[in-house]
Design a protein around this ligand. Sequence first.
Ligand code: 5GP
Length: 115
Amino acid sequence: MSTIFAKIIAGELLADIVYQDELVTAFRDIHPAAPTHILIVPNKEIPTVNDLTPEDEQTAGRMLLVAQKLAAQEGIDQSGYRLIVNCNAHGGQEVYHLHLHLIGGRPLGPMVSRK
Ligand code: 5GP
């Protein structure tokens, strides 16, 4: 079933799109966790990391390269940033359209809560 991200990619729902090509789209998170919080998503509807197949290899690689490019564009490549992909319930995934969070612009603290 399509998610809200499919509508953003198709231009049917407004978002602050910062990058788009034939494989991926990147837009600012509506509830940013840090000064920079961008979501990089495949244009193809892939629900979770579990659903990636070998034919998605180029798309998966493109997601990382776009993150690298946007980090530089945002001026956070040297200060540092975090890339996160949540998967399913324990991973805290809310939107079931694969996405890479690019988060930075302040110290982000420990990677995962120990609680
Ligand atoms: P997840 O928890 O699935 O890894 O992350 C989903 C992210 O999507 C959240 O950070 C949430 O703020 C963001 N999000 C949810 N709905 C929208 C929306 O309509 N527009 C944008 N730009 N971001 C959204």
